[in-house]
Design a protein around this ligand. Sequence first.
Ligand code: AMP
Ligand code: ZN
Length: 223
Amino acid sequence: MNIILMGAQGSGKGTQASVIGPRLGLEKIATGDLFRAAIAKKTELGVKVKSILERGDLVPDELTNAIVHVRLRDMARQKAEGTVRGALFDGFPRTTGQAEALDRIMAEQDDHIDVVIEIQVPREDLVARLSGRRVCPTCGSVYHIESDPPKTPGVCDKDGTPLGQRDDDMPDAIRRRLALYDEQTSPLLSYYEGRGIVRRVDGNAPIDDVTDAILANVSEEKV
Ligand code: AMP
Ligand code: ZN
């Protein structure tokens, strides 16, 4: 069982992936997280992609496909051991080239994508969600100044660290990321629609309801 979560930046994809992955025994593969980890560790890849992420641009397909390929090869071992049932993609694929590469990598493992879930949220709401997002630099907890504020404004509930904003949650980068989603990523929906595997959920519903809607759509499929 392999699932792709699609939705513009700020649609709540990452939040849902963290809940749904463990529930279904799926390993989350979030390319944005992998890039941010590489940047934090200052690896060769991290150094290459740092400024790309800061601007809100897309990392070239070659680099992106390569990290996913490595992750999926590692995961094949976990699958053979029975500890993981499949992959939950969050933020990948984002271009047609990536979707084609993913098909090839999956086919290498005699596997395929079962469902693509699109989390739909109106554009105005996306901008408000992204610009109000605050993250803890220590533990990675994510808050929102309006919808999910920390107990004390500006500091993390878990460890008291002052909260910050992702560079790419600044207004220019937000506009850039949403434009890229429209240009490069939303055409992917038709790529998968041809196979009849796209399901849509309302991302403006409360978080738990979105989770339930996703799970309901997934359980229709053979799990
Ligand atoms: P995210 O956390 O998914 O919003 O990703 C943060 C940033 O990482 C994006 O704005 C891109 O710069 C980069 N990134 C993440 N996933 C991809 C991808 N599939 N293709 C290209 N760039 C990506
Ligand atoms: Zn924290």
